[in-house]
Design a protein around this ligand. Structure first.
Ligand code: BGC
Length: 748
């Protein structure tokens, strides 16, 4: 990763907006079988060198001179084969927008969505799809055609530095939302990946850690999220992860790639490696890796001359090489990329319209956690408001790493890192969307001032002189590092306590990567979780605070009272890593000797990830998965629970309050008499006017009722009595019924 910073700065170029070029008429995307037949016919006309040329990609910042085509500073580049019509591939990170880490393309901005976790909090696949479609359209206009998007690793650990890039802790929610996002991206006739396959659950030791878990548990959790998202989204490519799973690196893991993905799930696209995740040639190729990405970041180019030599010696068969290339072309053809080249020059982008997509996602994903005495929405007659901290005068925080978007409007605050694994490619970055200015614009009759919170005494004095205080508290998280604990950093807990003691009307707005602990919660009447809200986050937060938008986000992740409630109280390996880094700093000449070696992480919770772990251990969290308040009230009436092949629940959702709003009814199931915790089996999001009643029917995903049976092999519904909860969050048991389900088995 250290290579990255130097590399990223080489060849940085200003992307000027060149004249628009019209797109060719759209060719329809093709079904996979057709696509594979066509791909195979193209591969049959290739030389071995041409085939191998498609199986390893360049890392543009470090690949100058390696191609005659233009290298756009970004994550990846693979030349095409003009005589066979195979297109040039340009890869960009794109989880939250077209990424531009450390501004390697000077001046090139893109629309930044809120964090994926915020999108997950909408519980609305349509919002995920719209976000993906927006990103894909900007990517195509910028001449990228393979997007490194679709991050879907389940949140096993609340301190994971990349939780903000993922879709929470539940396989059904993550699968549905991830699939929708991928659909959106690929609606632009480009490829989206899904990543990181699999069990890349923490950043500490991500290159060496060995995730240990039994097969059934893995199939019922992380793999199920991938499976559902792949079925819904049909991503052209799957990116294998850095870490090991049960002893083998994910990118040379026969079980994950050959057995699960390609055999059991019938996946037809290609497996690309993560950047710097390849460790072998024949082992990886035979285990199912189809393409080495960003080759300059690996120890060597495993899938170039070495692969050719392994073909010559018979270690890798030519049939396997053909399969690798055929899969690559199948992914390109099936998504429509192959037949719809990206423009030759930059196309104009409707940034104003796209910003609305980002704002809508942020507004729908913000979660109202507490609202004692209806402090929110802000009363129209509040005269003096003080906004404190979080750089809320200029912007909103974003998460760091390869997903970093240089957003429209630039970065009003950008703090380089002094050390740590992320320092080479991440900076703490705020998007230019000021909650303060948005509030001032929305409440012209009020005097709204700002203090930065660095001096708690000044903040307290300002809070005392105001009618109401809003503290913005931030927790920055990034790829390549975990947070050591879940406390708000930099004395912010003390600041909140001090302000709340001086001003009873205090609201806290959290901008965090995931859960944080809230030792001050009992003393603060109102709290909203705004996540990293994206480039219109300031406007979105203001709209929630003033009630222009009714909060409707629900937690996609459990908030513990304390770290000790989670399956692991801290990142495994962090102490060792810290001590090695200290030794390396003291002995720079031998820094290379102080590297983490491979070590196991035992996922003792198995498939009981997140809220299921809390139920299993009978631990009451601070805020449960699925939880979130509204400015109106909802009730459910006339529920009918039906069994049979699966569980169906029909009920009326009623908005009994005076404000329009959205509600997220959830269905949880567990086999009666089993000691298994309940699992989310269905959910929806319903928007209702005051007094409006809507009949809703939710049908359980059958694999959620089932357990994975490795002997079958496949999914097995035991049959018999099942407990069903129609619930407002993962711990709500106020509407529980029992239904009978028929026994059944399903393919893996
Ligand atoms: C990340 C991937 C990313 C890739 C390319 C890696 O460090 O894990 O998510 O797509 O870099 O930038």
């Amino acid at each position: 990763m250290t290579k990255r910073i130097a590399a990223a700065l080489i060849g940085a170029s200003l992307l000027a907006m060149a004249g628009a070029q019209s797109l060719p008429a759209r060719q329809a995307a093709r079904p996979a079988t057709d696509a594979r037949t066509r791909a195979a016919a193209i591969v049959a006309r290739m030389t071995l060198d041409e085939k191998i040329g498609l199986l390893h990609g360049l890392f543009p910042p470090m690949a100058r001179g390696k191609t005659s085509n233009e290298l756009i500073p970004s994550a990846g580049h693979i030349d095409g084969i003009a005589r066979l019509g195979v297109p040039l591939i340009r890869e960009s990170d794109a989880s939250l927008g077209v990424a531009n880490q450390v501004e390697q393309r000077k001046g090139d901005v893109a629309t930044a969505l809120p964090s994926s976790l915020a999108t997950a909090a909408t519980f609305d696949p349509a919002i995920a799809r719209a976000g993906g479609a927006m990103i894909g359209s900007e990517a195509r206009a910028k001449r990228f055609n393979v997007l490194l998007a679709g991050g879907i690793n389940l949140t096993r650990d609340p301190y994971n530095g990349r939780n903000f890039e993922y879709l929470g802790e539940d396989p059904l929610l993550a699968g549905e939302m991830g699939g929708a996002h991928i659909q959106g991206v690929q609606s632009n006739r480009i490829v989206s990946t899904i990543k990181h396959f699999a069990l890349n659950s923490q950043e500490t030791g991500r290159m060496v850690a060995d995730g240990r878990i039994d097969e059934a548990a893995l199939r019922e959790s992380d793999l199920l999220a991938f499976q559902i998202a792949i079925e819904k989204g049909k991503p052209g490519s799957v990116m294998c992860a850095y870490n090991k799973v049960n002893g083998d690196y994910a990118c040379e893991n026969d079980f994950l790639l050959n057995q699960v993905l390609k055999r059991d799930w019938g996946y037809k696209g290609w497996v690309m490696s993560d950047w710097g995740a390849v460790h072998s040639t024949a082992k990886a190729a035979n285990a199912g890796l189809d393409q080495q990405s960003g080759q300059e970041l690996d120890r060597k180019i495993f899938f170039g001359d070495d692969l050719k030599a392994d073909v010559a010696s018979g270690k890798v068969s030519i049939a396997r090489i053909d399969d690798m290339v055929t899969r690559y072309l199948t992914g390109l053809i099936e998504t429509g990329l192959f037949d719809n080249p990206v423009p030759g020059t930059l196309n104009p982008i409707p940034y104003a319209r796209n910003a609305d997509v980002a704002q809508r996602a942020a507004e729908a994903g913000i979660v109202l956690l507490k609202n004692q005495g209806s402090l929110l929405p802000l009363a129209r007659n509040v005269k003096r408001i003080v906004v404190i901290g979080g750089h809320a005068d200029v912007g909103v925080l974003s998460g760091g790493g390869s997903s970093q978007v240089r957003s429209v409007g630039g970065a009003p605050v950008e703090i380089p890192l002094k050390s740590g694994a992320a320092s080479s490619f991440a900076r703490t970055t705020w998007h230019a969307s000021s909650p303060l200015k948005a509030l001032q614009a929305a409440l012209p009759g009020a005097t709204i001032t700002y203090v930065d919170g660095r001096d708690p005494a000044a903040a307290v004095a300002a809070a005392r002189n105001a009618d109401l205080a809003i503290v913005f508290a931030t927790q920055w998280t990034t790829e390549a590092q975990d947070v050591a604990d879940l406390s708000l950093p930099d004395g912010q807990n003390a600041l909140i306590d001090a302000v709340a003691a001086a001003q009873p009307k205090t609201a806290v707005v959290l901008e965090t990567g995931g859960p944080v602990t809230m030792p001050w919660l009992a003393r603060v009447p109102a709290v909203i979780e705004a996540w990293y809200p994206g480039q219109r986050g300031g406007e979105a937060i203001a709209n929630i605070l003033i009630g222009q938008v009714n909060p409707s986000g629900r937690l996609p992740i459990t908030f513990p009272i304390a770290e000790s409630q989670a399956p692991r109280a801290a990142p495994i390996g962090l102490d060792t890593l810290n001590s090695l880094e200290a030794q390396a700093a003291a002995d720079p000449a031998k820094a290379g000797n102080y590297k983490l070696k491979t070590y196991p992480i035992d996922y003792v919770e198995g498939s009981d990830v997140g809220y299921r772990w809390y139920e299993r251990m009978k631990r009451q969290p601070l805020f449960a998965f699925g939880y979130g308040l509204s400015y109106t009230n909802f009730t459910y009436r006339k529920p009918i629970f039906t069994g049979g092949k699966t569980v169906t629940v029909s009920f009326d959702v009623v908005n009994t309050g005076r404000t329009a709003g959205a509600e997220v009814p959830q269905v949880y199931v567990a086999r009666a008499g089993s000691d298994k915790p309940m699992r989310l089996a269905a959910f929806t999001r319903v928007t209702l006017k005051p007094g409006e009643v809507r009949r809703v029917t939710l049908t359980a995903e059958p694999r959620i009722l089932a357990d994975y049976d490795v002997k079958l092999p496949g999914w097995r519904i035991a049959g018999g009595a099942y407990r069903v909860a129609l619930a407002r969050d993962a711990i709500d048991r106020s509407r529980v019924s029992t239904v009978r389900i028929a026994p059944a088995t399903m393919k893996p």
